[in-house]
Design a protein around this ligand. Structure first.
Ligand code: HEM
Ligand code: HEM
Length: 186
């Protein structure tokens, strides 16, 4: 198992990064798709349940990821990086962590406060408790917040990926490699 060192991310951090990244991209695609389905579509309920179940899973995995990060050394950014670039990298990672927590939380609060009271069935196994407050105003606000969050996340992710590729192909440093499994970082 790849250990986390002062130079690279370890197996746990990499697994969590890539599992959560894949899930979030899927969540955005499914979120947009299901939202635009007519209410009469027979798959709509199941898709909403899947979206909610994966969203809660992402929340729990993100908590685990933050816990792991706090307990392990984070490889420092390359020495030659400009100060603004360091700020941009740290700022972007902070915002992405906020989105990984904020998107599931706003989604959960949004369905909780809805007077329709549709339960969230976690992969059909058990019912996720709802936040005990029903309010049309809050539902509306949280709906808009969740939608806005999803829409803002798309360009942020494009920037994040572009930055990773810039490091690899332009700066030719180890920033991308140290987050990839089966690569050597000297
Ligand atoms: C939904 C998708 C994604 C999210 C939410 C996400 C989030 C994050 C976060 C929060 C970090 C900071 C890790 C830490 O130091 O704690 C990070 C690092 C990183 N991500 Fe992503 N990421 C996503 C997708 C991608 C993709 C598609 C790529 C590939 C091009 C990528 C490449 C990287 C790299 C190379 C790092 C390491 C940066 C460094 O060493 O400082 N990420 N990502
Ligand atoms: C990382 C986690 C999540 C992401 C990235 C995400 C993303 C999205 C996106 C992009 C949409 C479409 C918004 C639009 O354009 O209208 C959406 C809709 C929705 N999401 Fe999430 N979501 C997440 C977690 C959750 C969770 C945990 C719940 C509930 C427990 C949830 C409940 C909903 C609902 C109910 C809608 C549909 C809103 C409507 O049709 O009125 N989401 N989500």
């Amino acid at each position: 198992m790849t250990e986390q060192t002062a130079k690279r991310y370890g197996a746990v951090a990499m697994t969590l990064h890539w599992v959560i990244a894949t899930a979030i991209v899927g969540m955005i695609v499914v979120g947009k798709y299901m939202h635009n389905l007519p209410d009469t579509n027979p798959d709509k309920f199941a898709l909403y349940q899947l979206h909610k179940s994966f969203g809660i899973t992402i929340f729990v995995l993100t908590l685990a990821r933050i816990g792991w990060r706090l307990g392990h050394p984070v490889p420092p950014l390359p020495v030659g990086m400009a100060t603004w670039e360091r700020w941009a990298a740290h700022g972007m990672h902070f915002v992405l962590y906020a989105a990984m927590l904020g998107m599931p939380l706003s989604g959960w609060l949004r369905v909780s406060t809805d007077r329709l009271g549709i339960p969230t069935l976690f992969f059909g196994l058990f019912e996720v408790p709802a936040f005990p407050l029903v309010s049309d105003t809050l539902t509306m606000w949280l709906h808009d917040l969740h939608e806005l969050g999803g829409n803002l996340l798309i360009p942020l992710l494009v920037l994040h990926v572009a930055a990773a590729l810039k490091h690899h192909f332009w700066d030719r440093d180890d920033v991308l490699k140290r987050m990839l499994p089966f690569t050597r970082v000297d």
